[in-house]
Design a binder for this molecule. Structure first.
Ligand SMILES: [Zn+2]
Length: 565
């Protein structure tokens, strides 16, 4: 049996510099929410933590452009992201902010713990300082002539022309990328985490998790092969968590040092709000907690190596991630998403036009679990109309309408003892789908789970046609009632399988079926019990409205124009 008593799930903290788009949802958010809802409906102890990541240079630049303070900007964006996530059905137990005092306090205490143990190395290096802006510049805000290909406009970290990766000190004629002003090299001192010292322990840690996704293990093996390097954990910046040491004015923590600690701060905040301020320790420091980080592939290094090394280095016994199910990327109409060109579909704009369930379903069917996947508006329309509408919606609608018309809206008389081979075969197939569904979700194979639910819908439709209650109603009422009773059992199991994916629609179906208790606490157990004859059923409405070609036309055209332009 599992050694774990509870599961702590995190989704990568979204950066509070803009809105959420479809690529984010398919990477770290929707899969996590589906997984969490699955655990909840099995009655497991689960806590789902997230929040906005609010420090770093891009936030300060956007705030300057808008003429507001960074704090005003992140508060505004946090509120907006939180609202869109809620409308999309993200079921976080806490959605916090890294600019809150509880995070500052948690991150500073974490930093000091490592510092006191002598984990950090202090190093002094030369870095570019911009007198015009009175600050040190991050690599990508430095511009100059590429020493390899001679083209102007290369950035401090990379030349886009020839693809060489660069060190800013190699640039010829280096200048401030924003205003073109000259730079000075100045000495600065920083605290480094000597990750190389942790390589063996990290290797051993990963060797204990051969079940992790292949892409995650492959990336980590690559970094091990190159050898892990010292990484600076502090920066010369104004907007960040101040380094809690004397004589370190103007220095803040590297965002990738403090942002993962945000998961801990958000858990502390959740515990404090419940009036049990120490309860966060149960989730972070008891070995029977299972920690799972959902992320996109660009964050693997930080969650599979850097954060575990930090947790190992702490003097208190933190749990390490039991899994880091990272997704690949989602493309849009066959092209890479680009937020700088506006080539993206933003969640708030989507939600103005369509409901959350069709997008949840379409993305869940197309998750980039093992390779990059593609979202198209045509595909969205087809998934909604032919799968949600025809496969699931029609079946539910046909059954309820029929029972309301001919059987006073109550589950007709049926019994286990009167099952025919046809009945038994259909029920067994859906039971098998339910088992496949659960096994897939346990392995984070969301797509496989949705496929099992889709198959169960097909079984239900085929059974409805073959048992033909619309015919037997006239010549064999007992048989008609029996088959309607069977199909109600199929809908009960289908409701459980679809609930994590399309929670808004399935919450309705759950109540129409007259199911007892809370879907998100007792769904699994209740979903295993037969629905008895005579139970009154609710009056259904259309669960998955059709989407017309005209509705997606404008969306596809907007993207096409961006591609052409
Ligand atoms: Zn170059």
């Amino acid at each position: 049996m599992s050694p774990f008593k509870r599961t702590l799930v995190t989704s990568a903290l979204p950066y509070a510099n803009g809105e959420i788009h479809l690529g984010h949802l398919a990477g770290a958010y929707l899969p996590a929410d589906i997984y969490v809802r699955f655990l909840r409906l099995r009655g497991e102890d689960v806590l789902y933590i997230c929040g906005t990541d609010e420090y770093g240079v891009p936030i300060t630049l956007t705030a300057e452009k808008l003429g507001i303070t960074p704090k005003e900007l992140v508060d505004r964006n946090h509120a907006s992201i939180k609202r869109s996530f809620a409308a999309f059905g993200m079921s976080f137990d806490n959605f916090s902010q890294t600019s809150r005092p509880i995070h500052t306090e948690t991150a500073r205490a974490f930093f000091l713990d490592l510092h006191r143990q002598g984990v950090f190395k202090q190093k002094t290096t030369d870095q570019f300082f911009s007198p015009s802006q009175d600050r040190f510049l991050a690599d990508r805000y430095i511009e100059g002539v590429c020493p390899r290909c001679g083209s102007d406009g290369a950035r401090g970290d990379q030349c886009e022309k020839c693809g060489s990766s660069l060190d800013p000190t190699e640039l010829i004629d280096p200048r401030n990328a924003q205003d073109g002003s000259p730079l000075e090299l100045r000495q600065t001192t920083h605290w480094f985490l000597p990750l190389g010292d942790w390589q063996d322990r990290l290797k051993e840690f990963l060797a204990g998790h051969p079940d992790w996704k292949e892409n995650v293990l492959r990336y980590c093996q690559g970094w091990f092969a190159d050898g892990l390097q010292d990484r600076a954990m502090t920066r010369d910046l104004a907007w960040g968590v101040p380094v809690p040491l004397p004589d370190h004015e103007g220095k803040v923590m590297f965002v990738w040092f403090e942002a993962p600690i945000g998961y801990i701060s958000a858990t502390r905040e959740w515990a404090a709000a419940r009036g049990e301020p120490e309860a966060w320790r149960t989730w972070w420091q008891q070995a029977d907690t299972r920690l799972v980080h959902f992320i996109g592939k660009d964050n693997i290094f930080f969650h599979a190596l850097l954060f575990p090394a930090m947790l190992m280095a702490h003097s208190e016994p933190y749990v390490l991630p039991d899994n880091v199910p990272a997704n690949e990327f989602l493309n849009l109409e066959g092209q890479k998403l680009s937020t700088s060109r506006g080539f993206a579909v933003w969640l708030p704009e989507y939600l103005e036009k369509f409901g959350p369930d069709p997008l949840r379903y379409t993305l869940a069917r197309n998750l980039p679990e093992t390779r990059d996947m593609n979202f198209t508006w045509e595909g969205f329309l087809a998934r909604n109309n032919s799968e949600l509408g025809n496969n699931f919606g029609n079946l539910i609608n046909r059954v309820f309408t029929f029972i309301h018309k001919y059987f006073e809206g109550k589950v007709p008389r049926w019994s286990d003892g009167a099952l025919t081979d046809l009945d038994r075969r259909a029920l067994a197939e859906v039971e098998a789908d339910l088992a496949t569904w659960a096994a897939c979700l346990e392995r984070f194979e969301i797509k496989g789970a949705v496929e099992a639910a889709f198959h169960a819908g097909q079984v239900g439709n085929r059974y409805f046609d073959e048992s033909a209650p619309f015919k037997t109603r006239k010549d064999d009422v007992a048989r008609c009632e029996q088959s309607l009773g069977v199909i109600i059992q199929i809908l009960r199991m289908l409701c459980v399988m679809l609930a994590p994916v399309v929670p808004f629609a399935m919450q309705k179906l759950w109540s129409w079926l007259g199911m007892p208790g809370d879907l998100w606490r007792e769904g699994w157990a209740a979903g295993r019990l037969p629905i008895e004859a005579g139970r009154p059923l609710g009056t259904p409405e259309i669960l998955f409205p059709r989407i017309e070609q005209e509705q997606i036309q404008a969306e596809s055209e907007r993207l096409r124009r961006l591609l052409d332009g």
